[in-house]
Design a protein around this ligand. Structure first.
Ligand SMILES: NC(=O)c1ccc[n+]([C@@H]2O[C@H](COP(=O)([O-])OP(=O)(O)OC[C@H]3O[C@@H](n4cnc5c(N)ncnc54)[C@H](OP(=O)(O)O)[C@@H]3O)[C@@H](O)[C@H]2O)c1
Length: 240
């Protein structure tokens, strides 16, 4: 896909890799609708990236709000080409300590949110004469289960299943579907789970370069899954 003048939707655009995706897409000449709950953060990003970044205050767990926005925003004259389902979060803890509320927050954001938006965008992509691409951001936690992250694992394994089914369902409609499975990336994700980033984590810009590569492949060439990790994942400052 040639990215110039393409219309992209990126969820979770207010920080981390979502912001980096928006940045790289705009550098390539695309217009990006950046969705997230914190409008102030989105506006700060627009002041840096310019008018091709369009801030959209949105909670991806609210399917009625998504329906209204998609209906208002898009029509047969203005169709989306790219959807990056990136909004997500983690709540860690032993299964007997994990609250129902935290479980529901993860499922509603990481899994239901992807379904709510994808089901609305797919009909528009089917109308689009050009090839389109949906990229779902899973995690290595979508490939490997581990202690204390069972809820997060469950959502990201779900993203993998959803992505694989959709890639097979939509390939004949000229819609590519890919899932990305990153290891640790230096973003606010870790602050939110009470942990810290370090210099051996991957950088958001490098992960975004991989997203751009997936998008720019020739039309009849699909990378449906990509796993990426820091080569040496150990914190260089750790005494352990
Ligand atoms: N960092 C890592 O090591 C890592 C590794 C593998 C996969 N991932 C995945 O990468 C994705 C992005 O994470 P990140 O590392 O960039 O973390 P981040 O900096 O914490 O970004 C998370 C983004 O998701 C948005 N978000 C959360 N809940 C939302 C909701 N209900 N509605 C709309 N937006 C929502 C946040 O925006 P608001 O708070 O403004 O809504 C924020 O923009 C997530 O799916 C995460 O699971 C991260």
């Amino acid at each position: 896909m040639e990215l110039k003048n393409k219309v992209a939707i990126v969820t979770g655009a207010s920080s981390g890799i979502g912001t980096a995706f928006a940045h790289k897409l705009i550098e390539k000449g695309a217009t990006v609708y950046g969705l997230a709950r914190r409008l102030n953060k989105l506006k700060e990003i627009q002041s840096k990236l310019g008018e091709h970044f369009i801030p959209v205050q949105m909670d991806v767990t609210k399917h009625k709000d998504l329906e209204e926005w998609v209906k208002e925003q898009f029509s047969e004259d203005h169709l989306p080409d790219i959807l990056v389902n990136n909004a997500g979060l983690a709540k860690f803890g032993n299964v007997d300590d994990l609250s129902v509320e935290d479980w529901d927050t993860m499922v509603n954001t990481n899994l239901n949110g992807i379904f709510y938006l994808t089901r609305l965008i797919v009909p528009l992509m089917k109308e689009n004469q050009d090839h389109c691409h949906i990229i779902n951001i899973a995690s290595v936690a979508g490939l490997l289960g581990n202690p204390q992250i069972s809820g997060y694992n469950a959502t990201k394994f779900g993203v993998r299943g959803f992505s694989e089914a959709l890639f097979k369902e939509l390939r004949y409609d000229k819609i590519k579907v890919s899932a990305m499975f990153p290891g640790s990336i230096a973003t606010d994700f870790f602050d939110k789970v009470g942990s810290e980033t370090h210099s051996n984590m991957m950088q958001p810009g490098d992960v975004a370069d991989t997203l751009i590569h997936l998008l720019e492949t020739p039309d009849n060439f699909l990378i449906n899954e990509v796993t990426m990790r820091p080569l040496n994942p150990k914190n260089p400052d750790s005494k352990a």
